[in-house]
Design a protein around this ligand. Structure first.
Ligand code: AHR
Length: 500
């Protein structure tokens, strides 16, 4: 059997694991909102019309932050359409997705849903068709306590206390030519800086995210950020990055794809720090990886556009064990960059390329990708630690040679827990792993869970919702302060170990 080995040093910390790393995304797109999180009349619906079965799954998933209302949708959105008496709300064209937006769910509903889901709301403002004034208005409506026309309107609409939203995105993917109101880096940078400055006058305590590149493959990647940050560096707290990957009939490359995510983060950090140096700034910018996931975009691009329907089935990808293992490797990448990436949102949450799926009037179920997210959100606490491994190497056409085992470790001194997250990318066989844990004072193994399957294409469905679930791992031992375990081929494992 192939072997991998490494050593954990308690003092070799990367950075604190920010709970905001376990975010998700709800966009007005397809069935994410309507018949996803919101379905009045559903047997499990709350009095507000929120799907109770979905709320339960969101809580189980362990999501901490949810970004809303888009995505591409936000670049043509008038937020006022979604507040006030529902009967008075207009139906609009959702230009991003060629569908109809009934506006039955809007800002106030989202805030109420967030409270019930136990998540922090993260809002995006429209910098595609709108600008400084509308961004100030939505912020005043949401966060100003009382005594102005907009705050009184919120109060009249049933929210006497301010929504107190801290995290705000200054637009979405403004580098993308597909974006309604797409701009050059220079134009967007100036608008984002002015908007940020004005929004901080309304509420100085907000945290702001400037749009970075919508993928590392964008021809403007890095120069876009450099220009945008020249304008915005002093005004924002984060710059965003988005990444979607898929299996192009080449599982080895797909399994290796987290190395692209690693490189994307490292290159963006370098770009931010270059601007920091140029501006002689003392501020260290953080990264908000506010869209990431597996997305079979080839399938989406070959499907005809919806014809101005409400809530059609759109990019409801079915995820396999292979996809879940790859998602596990992205979570590992995020943890290994915990010093700079402190906000991240898996895109999306329900139905649209999502860990949770629903049927209208019917059940909700967990997709395979639910499990690695839930494990990491639950167990990755405290500090992320460096875990250098000597691992067998695997060749891939898209990313060259990569380690067969990728891993992350976190240590939680408060609860005396060490958590290890491990992916075996090798399709040909198990790998034996030995990790020297003597410096953390390892005690007993508290949790050992493994997601793998003889059929890596196996998936869950409405009729077979539990075809794929993580299983209890066996055979892991700690002997003389050294952990020994076997990682099955194409697997994601979580080990939680008590520490002294
Ligand atoms: O998540 C789906 C879409 O992907 C989002 O609307 C957009 O921001 C990205 O291109």
């Amino acid at each position: 059997m192939l072997t991998a080995a490494g050593t954990i040093e308690r003092t070799a910390g990367i950075g604190p694991v920010d709970r905001r790393l376990f975010g998700a995304f709800v966009e007005h797109m397809g069935r994410s909102v309507y018949t996803g999180i919101f379905e009045p009349g559903h047997p499990t619906a709350t009095p507000e019309g929120f799907r109770g079965d979905v709320l339960d799954l969101v809580r189980e998933l362990g999501v901490t932050v949810v970004r809303y209302p888009g995505g591409n949708f936000v670049s043509g959105y008038r937020w006022e359409d979604g507040v006030g008496p529902v009967a008075d709300r207009p139906t609009r064209l959702n230009l991003a997705w060629h569908t109809l937006e009934p506006n039955e769910f809007g800002l106030d509903e989202f805030i109420r849903w967030s409270a019930q889901a136990g998540v922090e709301p993260m809002l995006a403002v429209n910098l595609g068709t709108r600008g400084v004034q509308e961004a100030m208005d939505i912020l005043e409506y949401a966060n100003h306590p009382s005594g102005t026309t907009l705050s009184s309107e919120r109060i009249r609409n049933g929210s006497p206390s301010p929504h107190d939203v801290r995290l705000w995105c200054l637009g979405n993917e403004m580098d993308g030519p597909w974006q309604v109101g797409h701009k050059s880096a220079d134009d967007y940078g100036k608008l984002a800086a002015q908007t940020a400055q004005a929004m901080r006058l309304v509420d100085p305590d907000i945290e702001l995210v400037a749009c970075g590149s919508s993928s590392r493959a964008m021809p403007t990647f890095a120069s876009w950020e450099a220009t945008v940050l020249e304008h915005t560096y002093d005004h924002v707290d984060y710059v965003s990055l988005h990444a979607y990957y898929e299996n192009h009939d080449d599982a080895a490359s797909f399994l290796a794809s987290a190395v692209d995510m690693d490189a994307f983060i490292d290159e963006l950090v370098a770009t931010c720090d270059h601007v920091k140096a140029r501006l002689r700034s003392k501020k260290v910018l953080k990264l908000s990886f506010d869209e990431w996931n597996v997305w079979y975009q080839k399938g989406y691009q070959s499907t005809p556009k919806p014809v101005w329907e409400e809530a059609p089935h759109l990019i409801e990808d079915d995820y396999s064990v292979l996809d879940a293992v790859v998602v596990g490797s992205y979570l590992i990448s995020l943890l290994n960059h915990a010093d700079r990436v402190t906000v991240a949102c898996q895109a999306q949450l329900v139905n649209i390329i999502a860990p949770i799926r629903t049927e209208k009037g019917g059940p909700a179920w967990r997709q395979t990708i639910f499990y690695p997210f839930a494990q990491v959100a639950r167990h990755a606490r405290g500090q992320a630690l460096v875990l250098p491994l000597v691992s067998p190497q695997i060749g891939s056409d898209a990313y060259g040679t990569v380690p067969a085992v990728t891993c992350a470790a976190t240590i939680d001194p408060q609860h005396q827990r060490l958590a290890l997250f491990l992916v075996n990318r090798d399709q040909n066989g198990p790998i034996e792993l030995e990790v020297d844990l003597r410096s953390v004072g390892a005690g007993e193994i508290l949790t050992h869970s493994v997601l793998s399957d003889p059929d890596m294409h196996a998936a869950n469905s409405a009729t077979n919702p539990d075809r794929v679930t993580p299983k209890a791992g066996d055979g892991a031992v700690i002997d003389g302060g050294r952990l020994r375990t076997v990682l099955p081929p194409v697997s994601f494992s979580t080990l939680v170990i008590g520490t002294t």
